[in-house]
Design a protein around this ligand. Sequence first.
Ligand code: ATP
Ligand code: MG
Length: 432
Amino acid sequence: MTQSFKKLRGLTGMHDVLPDQSAQWEQLEEIVRDWLASYGYRNMRTPILEHTQLFARGIGEVTDIVEKEMYSFTDSLNGDKLTMRPEFTAGIVRSAIEHNLLYERPQRIYSIGPVFRHERPQRGRYRQFHQIDVEALGFPGPDVDAEMIVMLDRLWQRLGLTDVRLEINSLGQSHERAAHREALIAYLEQHQDILDDDAKRRMYTNPLRVLDTKNPDLQEMADAAPRLFEFLGEESLAHYEGVCQRLDAMGIEYTLNPRMVRGLDYYNLTVFEWITDRLGAQGTVCGGGRYDGLFELLGGKSTPGIGFAIGMERLLELVQQQDILPNTAECDIYMVYQNDAGQQQAMVLAEQLRDAGLRVVVHAGPKSMRAQFRRADNSGALAAIILGQSELETQQASVKWLRAPALNDEQPQQEQVDFAQCAQFLKSRIGD
Ligand code: ATP
Ligand code: MG
């Protein structure tokens, strides 16, 4: 008797990217990497696991992420307290300090990969999701602030996205936030009776966070609260205006959203979000801002920094709506054959075609011609190459066109080509 095992499933809120979808992920990533390189950004990779303390200190103890969204655990082998990164910036800054990355010059850096937050799963909100994270380290701005926003605008253009709008705000400097904080606490005290538990708990520890509430019953109260923007001094306003002037000069539209605080504590001065109405409730595609205090907070020298993160799944959904990422085919050419001698010839010919840059699958599995042709068709290949007995005798392959562009009314559906000419012939018909 055979034993039967229960089927196992993946984790809630964590998704498999299957081969058909993966082609789109890779295509989007390629566009994104090209775009980043064109602005002088270089890739770096930091570990997914970091000490919990890094995020607690970096992101801020009294934030949604640190209070209730982190995947944290104690390493049972040595007692270390660890966290799966909920965002990139803290890890990148940790690494920059540790390796003295800014010793010679400021750095433009990016990273792409998974991040983890224990949130309630819904459309556009997952527990493992992916970010394109971009950081400009060591630049005081406001020129680089504007450059970052401009480059995002260019990315939307490259991807053909038209319905993404920009909101910006300034969070000023710490002394300005302190003055605002007092006014805000006084205001919140006047509205004690309507505050929810989160808001009551945070009003003395992190009152600004109360304004970031997602509770619809508190929106009106949050809308009418004293605004940090009104507490900004001359220097902060000049920085803000420096950003705006450059955006104006580059023809980029934006609105000031004085309520925007962002989900992490380390931000100062410029913060921004790109939002769309095309994704339902989770409409923020990209969020970012300046974090001039973060290096010091993590034990480094005072160093300015600014960065943003794009939610890859949300961006992909937007791009899919535009229908611009095609090609989930498994290969360009599928090779079928009649017998073992044909299979061996197919292996030789396939390597020549691959050397010429074609994607080739040599059939493996059921031997009937019918089954082989069905697989060829399902693979999405543009052509099948047939190696039967007569093809082996004449040393000519039969090329059967399966799809456009080479399958069309002007050309025969099947053609004979010398083995030695095969690669060149296929390339000339298919194009690049
Ligand atoms: P939100 O207000 O939607 O929770 P956030 O302020 O927490 O966003 P950031 O920390 O700025 O988000 O992350 C940058 C981007 O990552 C967001 O703009 C969004 O596109 C994406 N993102 C954030 N949380 C999730 C999630 N749980 N699932 C999928 N994408 C997410
Ligand atoms: Mg969030």
